[in-house]
Each structure stands twice: as structure tokens, then as C-alpha cells.
Design a protein around this ligand. Structure first.
Ligand code: ZN
Ligand code: ZN
Length: 367
């Protein structure tokens, strides 16, 4: 990854848009994106060295636990291992650099921390809230990132095929999740992208039904929603399977959700808004009389974080751009009855999109 190019791009936007001459990057996925550091305590400070362009000085502040790791991982920024809290060290450094308008990531910093930093910077420096600066860069994935994401998607897809064999009546949801997570680790995943969802029977009507101690019944839907992290990048997929042969009603529900999911995927192409994609799924389900049971947005961006911009939702004007990686995951949830969700990851291409998730979307019936 070309960290220096990323910092450079960011620096241009800083000067252009915000009129800030320094930035404190505290959100760890953003720190990682800009300099490669993967530790749990690190602050990246950027300062304008003056002149006509943003002649960036970048320094990563961390503590003694990460001396070796930071030196190995970080590129494009100098590494400073301080004795105090990295944020205070970074603030002191910015003071030395004579930074006047110091941007901070407003969504990721508490009020108390802001006050500490303001005190450390001292007058006349001013803290300036910024929002989504690095996230906007991260939204458009580079080729290398797309390949990392693809690898994470393929790993998870392989797990799904194997875990199907463990799903039988009487097996607890938690056991299915445990099998899946164990296999993920063995296959080289760094971890799961989020807490694995295995929701069976009437629990499948819970959009976020974490695997419970409930045994799977001989009939009803089972929703599996999970993802793995590989080289820092997340994957996310959902499939819904049916215990026993599906009833007419179950087959109809499943077909409606699949139709909505495919309609939304067909809408994904550069220049379209995310709201149009959401609407494609929503109007399909409305036509099937299921609109009010589709209670969440159609999807979200995925990358170093499991949920990142853009949100594929109503009222969002964001336009799709090649390189965005998003999920398409409509679902319906009928209280007391059950639910269906189908989720793929897709990458926006020059002409439309490519579906990354290779797993079949035909309704699988498990006896
Ligand atoms: Zn998911
Ligand atoms: Zn998702």
C-alpha cells in the first residue's frame, strides 16, 4: 500500500477545504489506512510545513509497547515513542510545529479529550472539528484493497459451505457459530468482522439475532450472517436456509427477498445514487406486500471496518463511484413467524458492478 500517496491526497483536501494546517488522526482504522500502524494505541499527526502546497510532516505517536511493531509497520511517517499519552505527545509536537488550526476527527473524540488537547496545544492554536475526511478517501478502494477484500469474501464463502453440514435439528445456534468461527481461525482469518449471527425459527425475525443457546428446530428459516477479517479487511455475507422442505409461504418470502436483492444489485453502477439502489430493493418488497417488514437500510460500505461509508439507504445523495465496495442485503422480518435476509458484497466497476460473493442464492433446504 502506498501510504505516502494517501497522506498526500488527504493533505491536499485539508488545505483546500478546511483551512486547517494540521490534523490529529485518532480513529485507529484511519491511522492504519494512512501509515500502516495496526496497534491499539497510536495517533497520527499531520502538519503543514508551510509554502504553497501542503508540505506535510507526518508523525505517528505511540507508546513503549509498540516500539518494534511501529518501526516495522509504519511508512511515510516518522515514529515517535513517547512516555506520555500519545495524544498529548502529538499535541506537544504540533505546538512545536506552530500549528494554528488543528483539525480533529469530531466523530471519534470525546469532549473531555478535546479539552485536554486544547489545553496542551495552548493559544493561539485552535481545534477545528472535521468529519469523515479520511473515511471519504477510504470509501474508494485501491486495486490492492479490493483483492484483500476479495480474499476475505472467498474465505468466508468457503466456511459457509462447510458449516451447512453442522446445521441439524437439535443443534444449538451457538454451536453452529462456534464451528464457523473455529474453522475461520484455522483457515487463517485474523478474527470475525462482527459477532456471528445464527438466528433460527422465530428468532430469524430478529435482524440482529446473535447466536443463542436455542436449539435449531426441524422447520423454519435459519439466517447466517458473518464475516472474517483478513489482512485487516472485512467481509460480510448472509444466507438464509430452510429446515425441512419449504412451505409455499416460505418459498414466496424467499423469492421476494431474492428478487429485491437482485434488483438492487442490477442498479449498482457509477453515477447512480445509493438511494436509488435502496429504492430498487424497497419497491420490489413493497410490490410483494412486504415493504413494512423490510426494516433496515439496503447495505453499507465495507473495508477496514465492517460498517463504513457509504450507507445504502433512503435519502442519501451519495453517488456510486468505481472502487466502492458495498453490501446489498435486503431482508424481511415477520414477528413471531420468521425472517429472510440475503447479503452479497459487490464492488462498483466502470460499467456496473461485480458481485464478489460466489455462494449460491438458491434456497437451500436442510433435512
Ligand atoms: Zn452481514
Ligand atoms: Zn452487512
Amino acid at each position: 500500500m502506498d501510504y505516502q500517496a494517501r497522506v498526500h491526497k488527504l493533505a491536499e483536501r485539508l488545505r483546500g477545504k478546511r483551512g486547517v494546517d494540521a490534523l490529529l488522526v485518532t480513529h485507529l482504522p484511519n491511522v492504519r489506512y494512512l501509515c500502516g500502524f495496526t496497534g491499539s494505541a497510536g495517533v497520527l499527526a499531520l502538519a503543514d510545513g508551510g509554502g504553497h502546497s501542503f508540505a506535510t510532516q507526518a508523525a505517528l505517536f505511540t507508546d513503549g509497547r509498540y516500539t518494534t511493531q511501529a518501526r516495522e509497520e509504519v511508512s511515510g511517517a516518522r515514529v515517535v515513542v513517547g512516555k506520555r499519552n500519545p495524544l498529548l505527545e502529538a499535541s506537544a509536537w504540533l505546538k512545536q510545529q506552530r500549528a494554528r488550526r488543528v483539525g480533529f476527527e469530531a466523530e471519534h473524540m470525546s469532549f473531555a479529550t478535546q479539552r485536554h488537547i486544547a489545553a496542551a496545544l495552548a493559544k493561539p492554536a485552535k481545534l477545528v472539528p472535521t468529519s469523515g475526511l479520511v473515511e471519504r478517501l477510504r470509501m474508494i478502494k485501491e486495486r490492492e484493497e479490493i483483492e484483500q477484500i476479495r480474499a476475505a469474501v472467498l474465505l468466508a464463502s468457503g466456511l459457509f459451505d462447510r458449516v451447512l453440514r453442522t446445521i441439524r435439528p437439535g443443534v444449538r445456534e451457538a454451536d453452529v457459530a462456534a464451528e464457523l468461527e473455529h474453522a475461520a481461525r484455522r483457515d487463517g482469518a485474523e478474527g470475525m468482522s462482527f459477532e456471528t449471527i445464527v438466528a433460527s425459527g422465530s428468532r430469524s425475525a430478529l435482524p440482529h439475532g446473535k447466536a443463542s443457546a436455542q436449539p435449531i428446530q426441524a422447520n423454519g428459516f435459519v439466517i447466517l450472517d458473518f464475516g472474517v477479517i483478513l489482512a485487516g479487511y472485512c467481509s460480510d455475507m448472509t444466507r438464509t436456509v430452510c429446515m425441512g422442505s419449504p412451505s409455499k409461504r416460505q418459498a414466496e418470502l424467499y423469492a421476494a427477498v431474492l428478487g429485491a436483492q437482485e434488483a438492487a444489485i442490477a442498479r449498482v453502477s457509477p453515477g447512480r445514487t445509493v438511494a436509488e439502489v435502496d429504492q430498487a430493493a424497497r419497491s420490489r418488497l413493497q410490490k410483494a406486500g412486504l415493504g413494512r417488514y423490510f426494516t433496515h437500510s439496503t447495505g453499507h460500505g465495507v473495508g477496514l471496518e465492517i460498517h463504513e461509508p457509504p450507507r445504502i439507504a433512503k435519502g442519501q445523495a451519495e453517488k456510486l463511484v468505481p472502487g466502492m465496495v458495498i453490501t446489498i442485503e435486503p431482508g424481511v422480518y415477520l414477528p413471531g413467524e420468521g425472517g429472510v435476509r440475503i447479503e452479497d458484497m459487490v464492488v462498483v466497476t466502470q460499467s456496473g458492478c461485480e458481485v464478489l460473493t460466489p455462494t449460491t442464492k438458491e434456497l437451500i433446504a436442510l433435512e
